[in-house]
Design a protein around this ligand. Sequence first.
Ligand SMILES: NC(=O)c1ccc[n+]([C@@H]2O[C@H](COP(=O)([O-])OP(=O)(O)OC[C@H]3O[C@@H](n4cnc5c(N)ncnc54)[C@H](OP(=O)(O)O)[C@@H]3O)[C@@H](O)[C@H]2O)c1
Length: 376
Amino acid sequence: MEYYTLGRTGLKVSRLALGTMTFGDDWGWGADDAASRQIFDAYVEAGGNFFDTADLYTNGRSEEMLGRYVADAGLRDRVVIATKFSYNAEPGNPNAGGNGRKNILRAVEGSLKRLGTDYIDLYILHTWDRVTPVEEVMRTFDDLVRSGKVRHVGLSDVPAWYASRGQAIAEHRGYEPLSALQLEYNLTERSIEDEFVDLGTRHGMGVMVWSPLASGLLSGKYKPSQGAQPEGEGRLITTAGSGNPAFEKFTDRNWAIVAELEKVANALGRSMAQVAVNWIANRPGIASVLIGATKVHQLQDNLLALDFDIPGDLLDRLNAVSALPKRFPYSFFGPELQGMLNGGATVGDKPAGYAPRIITRGGGTGVGADDVPDTD
Ligand SMILES: NC(=O)c1ccc[n+]([C@@H]2O[C@H](COP(=O)([O-])OP(=O)(O)OC[C@H]3O[C@@H](n4cnc5c(N)ncnc54)[C@H](OP(=O)(O)O)[C@@H]3O)[C@@H](O)[C@H]2O)c1
């Protein structure tokens, strides 16, 4: 297992983080206590140190189970625990959810209690509530860090402008800066490439990606070669029709991506899950990949995702089938219009050696402004 510093911090995290949204069977598509503990043990055994949970997950049970496993193994100082707030905990009470100061200070106490710890390594706003000013979030984050209850802070599922403004406020007011952005990214969902990869690498936020297998669609469980329609078991079948945008994956476009992934995986002699995780982990600017599992054999499969390279021709096929159309204004940043800005002169990035290369995969750790990798 390799470790990288997260964002512009000294916090060392595994490149593969363990998502624990499946800890607990309360939602009908998770793992029971015995299976979750097996998954935890296998991940620790493989050298992993980075766990992700949320107060929302399995109604708080995920935090409680993770905290118990960490305590039983005596690992609190070895592991890095990220948890999240935003989702409402009390029907009818709008201040028991969202991102206002009152809810953050309520939520953090609940998470600390369920996790059985006196500090959270990385505390993350789960989802933009569309109303709370980012100034209020950043000031509250800073108070939590100063109080010792939280070590580092981050944002998940927010617009890029909101995260960028939050980071600028932190820098100018001397607040604790954002160290992580948690976002969906996989072969079927590449929207973050337009804004978030540059944002994270330039401004010190490690991009941690969730649902690298598109909630199981890319796991190898659904194989176009074995039938025109997805069938069988798994989260995506259980949650069909739930209306949750993260689970609406069975589209014609996505099915074409799964078909190409299957062919590429066969050509490599690797599982589809390994190829999908490898692809995402090696995209520019990706700090950590949150892998998830309901069974220990799935985790063991996914943990082998980083010990091979996908050759260029196969990579091109995955990139091509999953590419999104370039939207405005990003369509203006290609070589044609950029050439017009430079009067026809060839202008490249800084010459080699101009600035020290900093760990880009860790999300940029300092002199990173000139070190933003190209996206295709
Ligand atoms: N910030 C956010 O909004 C957000 C949102 C979602 C997730 N997350 C985080 O990201 C973590 C990972 O997300 P995810 O669970 O959606 O990841 P994922 O990798 O896209 O999906 C994992 C699921 O795919 C199936 N699977 C995984 N490996 C497999 C294999 N080798 N063979 C067959 N099936 C396999 C399992 O589900 P089945 O067995 O049921 O098919 C597993 O639960 C979560 O635990 C959570 O920590 C964050």
